[in-house]
Design a protein. Sequence first.
Length: 353
Amino acid sequence: MPQASAVLAEPTAGSDFAPLLRQVRSAGLLDRRRGRYALTIAGNLCALAATATAVVLAGNSWWTLLLAVPAAVFSARTAFVGHDSGHAQIAATRRANRLLGLIHADLLLGMSYAWWNDKHNRHHANPNHVDKDPDVGVGALVWTQRQAALREGFARWLTRHQAQLFFPLLLLEGINLKVSSLRDLKRQEAGGRLTEAALLTLHFAGYATLLLTSMSPGKAVVFALLHHALFGLHLGMVFAPNHKGMEMPDPDGERWGHLHRQVLTSRNVRGGPVTDWFMGGLNYQIEHHLFPSMPRPHLRLARPLVRAHCATAGLTYAETGLIDSYAQALRHMHEVGAPLRDAPGTGGGRGAL
């Protein structure tokens, strides 16, 4: 199974990225933080266990639904650990990172680690490239006016209104992650497929047992839907500001080097400790894309070095606040659907976002 951009390729001596890499490496920012991750993983597992215990103790009450909020929050923290294991940020060996990924993704979340790694690996290799990055491929939403022009039927209506529908659609993302994971099993090799299928089965059985032994079937269904809706919303709010509305390389144009490709397609979200916690440190997206194997706690420390290097290289270092990052992403989605709104027979007028 591929590691998601786990090992950073050594740039050539004349690369505009090489001086920055040497600077970051000499500062020790690529060194692993095993102790920090051990505490993070232990704390998150305790939080998940406490939430499950609270569900059992609250029992068959509508008040139990309030526990879907911490369940979603700590599920997102679990996803962050699975993400980091895929980038080889945590352990020294591929086997150990894969084990951590399987536990956090398949067993705890019911999400395929191999599927996520494959998809995320392709995204990191070619961010915002319409032919190579699955995150800007055609799906429920589209990201270029060329993609929008090919939409028909309900998909065409969806594209016309995709900016307004973006956050509501994120409520379905938690379920979509599980569906996509199950569908991907047939792509995997026999050994990996068997392992992941077993862990996914354990997850679904354990999750169903927890809910159905604690509350009525109706409340269990409502809890599961609310939990997954909030989980998908949380993850979407973390990942959406990072690349949407940023540069999209021309498939037929000049091929960018690593520095240009990762900096020009990424956006940082500035903020204090609350923003850093909410976004899991992935608000330092430029640093993460330049150094995917860098431990998340080090990303904010690398920021001043990267900013200075970009200024020297004459590269725009995109950084904004959390609210404005969403506004920029939504404006981009709105503009993508503009030709469909302006087309005859659609009611005309772009309208305000």
